[in-house]
Design a protein around this ligand. Structure first.
Ligand code: CO
Length: 134
């Protein structure tokens, strides 16, 4: 069911600092930062030859990464995103297998304008998993 690794997302307390680290110290190709108020984050994409790293900083009240940064103030891996061909088929299979799909269980449009869903970390080896239909 899962295909390519689409991205790994890191929650960071200071986006400018994390961007400089990835650009200057690691020599990565980084994008300009983009505010995504509807997702409660500001994001910088690090383009790698085979995948992306997304640096996420909280934006506004009730950011989905605020609680994570309270527990891990220096930041850390927030989620991993795998590609799927058909998100509705994936959601049905996962629910049939007893996995918890976060939110109302229905896919929604993610930060890249494509349908996504998130799976409960306790059901997936302690890691928040995002599936994205590509
Ligand atoms: Co993501």
């Amino acid at each position: 069911m899962i295909g390519r690794l689409n991205h790994v997302a890191l929650a960071v307390p200071d986006l400018a600092k994390a961007t400089a680290l990835y650009r200057d110290t690691l020599g990565g190709k980084v994008s300009a930062s983009q505010a995504l108020p509807e997702h409660g984050v500001t994001v910088v994409f690090v383009e790698l030859p085979n995948t992306k790293v997304e640096l996420l900083e909280p934006l506004g009240e009730g950011s989905p990464i605020a609680a994570f940064l309270e527990k891990s103030p220096s930041g850390g891996m927030h989620h991993i995103c795998y590609e799927v061909d058909d998100i509705l088929v994936a959601a049905e299979k996962l629910k049939a297998d007893g996995a918890r799909v976060l939110g109302n269980g229905e896919p929604k449009i993610g930060a890249h304008g494509k349908p996504v869903l998130f799976l409960h970390p306790k059901d997936f080896a302690g890691t928040l998993v995002e599936l994205e239909q590509v």
